[in-house]
Design a protein around this ligand. Structure first.
Ligand SMILES: NC(=O)C1=CN([C@@H]2O[C@H](COP(=O)(O)OP(=O)(O)OC[C@H]3O[C@@H](n4cnc5c(N)ncnc54)[C@H](OP(=O)(O)O)[C@@H]3O)[C@@H](O)[C@H]2O)C=CC1
Ligand SMILES: O=C1CO[C@H](CO)[C@@H](O)[C@@H]1O
Length: 354
């Protein structure tokens, strides 16, 4: 590493504050600015000793990179303005509010030669990479089943943008699942979904079930809900989000011709040596390796700074991967609204989920 990378955070809300903490803790990053448009919020941040400015144009000139943590509808304008300032961008998920927005950002990054990543930070956990390495042990992938159900506190929906199309568990939470499923199992080529808003009665869904077809030929299903209480969700399984309760329970199961894998414990079920792997023979349970807990946002920013410093990275969610996760999340909404399966490539570029 050369000098610490001068980096700003745009949007100092719930997740923006986490990025600010992480930037302050990382030796490879120098937090040069926090962009926050609201004057009273700015006053609070100044009182905390943060280098706050009202707009991107006011950032110190030597700033090289930006983490964008505005509400989703402002991702596009904020990322565009950051690129115009010559900054490398890591935009919170989803990359944009529409596929057109995400594609324009990817094109802008390529034409300017600037890095663009999406904040699908789950890839940065060591157990995520380990799962990808272990999966070949289950043979030809056959199917995967996931279950994410955490009941959000009622005041979560006091923030208006969180109640409008473009938010909801599909765009807010499922997009992480889709990115992780693609990271582990490859491209998704077809999506169908049922949506329900029966529990919260908002315009957006509170619960959805999905069917997924992967390019490998394997199939997936997923239940996601932010109204139902359960111990089964990524954050509950691994405790990565300090605000959410921990259960330590697996929430994804994958099956293949030679065995099965539970995630994130990485518990593997395999045939015994010398016997056929079929339903007449008991599978052997192999305990997964244990990994020290890390802060995935910190690891994501460390990797981002290393790329800005000239390094390469094969874990971070690229702009193209972020676009793909957005497309499947929108495909699920579209399928839920139309009652029809949606092939990848057929979601309209200007579709917002409304
Ligand atoms: N990776 C992860 O784990 C998570 C990712 N997210 C994603 O992060 C994004 C933000 O979510 P969340 O933190 O919950 O949202 P919040 O509403 O809590 O925070 C958004 C912040 O951005 C500010 N803001 C609004 N417009 C602009 C602008 N044009 N320029 C700069 N700042 C602006 C808001 O200010 P004001 O209030 O004054 O409008 C607010 O402080 C979403 O896209 C969400 O999907 C969210 C949670 C976790
Ligand atoms: O991106 C996210 C959205 O919010 C969740 C909590 O509600 C986070 O855990 C998640 O990482």
């Amino acid at each position: 590493m050369t000098a610490a990378i001068p980096l700003c955070v745009i949007g100092a809300g719930q997740i923006g504050m986490r990025h600010i903490e992480v930037a302050q803790a990382l030796p490879s990053v120098d937090l040069t600015g926090v962009v926050e448009p609201d004057p009273s919020r700015r006053a609070t941040l100044v009182a905390q000793g943060l280098p706050v400015v009202a707009q991107i144009a006011d950032l110190p000139l030597h700033t090289k990179a930006a983490v964008i943590a505005t509400p989703t509808p402002q991702h596009f304008s904020a990322a565009r303005a950051a690129f115009e300032r010559g900054l490398a961008v890591l935009v919170e998920k989803p990359t944009g509010a529409t596929l057109n927005e995400a594609r324009m950002l990817i094109d802008q990054a390529k034409s300017l030669g600037l890095p663009l990543f999406t904040g699908h930070h789950r890839r940065c956990h060591p157990f995520s990479s380990a799962a990808r390495d272990i999966l070949p042990k289950i043979g030809q992938p056959i199917g995967v089943q996931g279950f994410w159900s955490l009941r959000k506190h009622d005041t979560y929906y006091d923030v208006p943008w969180r109640c409008a199309p473009g938010a909801g568990p599909l765009m807010t939470n499922l997009s992480h699942e889709i990115d992780l499923l693609r990271f582990l199992f490859g491209d998704i080529v077809e999506t169908s979904a049922f949506l329900s808003h029966a529990a919260r009665n908002l315009q957006i869904e509170d619960t959805a079930t999905l069917n997924l077809r992967f390019s490998s030929g394997s199939l997936g299903s997923f239940l996601i809900s932010d109204a139902g209480a359960s111990p089964w969700a990524f954050e509950a399984a691994c405790g990565e989000n300090p605000d959410l309760a921990v259960s330590g329970q697996d929430y994804i199961r994958a099956t293949g011709t030679q065995g099965a894998l539970a995630f994130p414990s990485l518990t593997l079920w395999q045939g015994s040596d010398g016997t056929a792997t079929d339903w007449k023979h008991p599978l052997v349970r192999v305990k997964g390796a244990e990994f020290a807990a890390i802060d995935p946002l910190q690891e994501q920013m460390r990797r981002f700074a290393a790329v800005v410093d000239g390094g390469e990275d094969n874990i971070l969610c690229s702009g193209d991967d972020g676009l793909a996760a957005l497309e499947i999340s929108l495909a699920a909404t579209l399928s839920g609204q139309t009652g029809m399966p949606v092939r990848t490539g057929s979601v309209p570029g200007d579709y917002t989920g409304a």
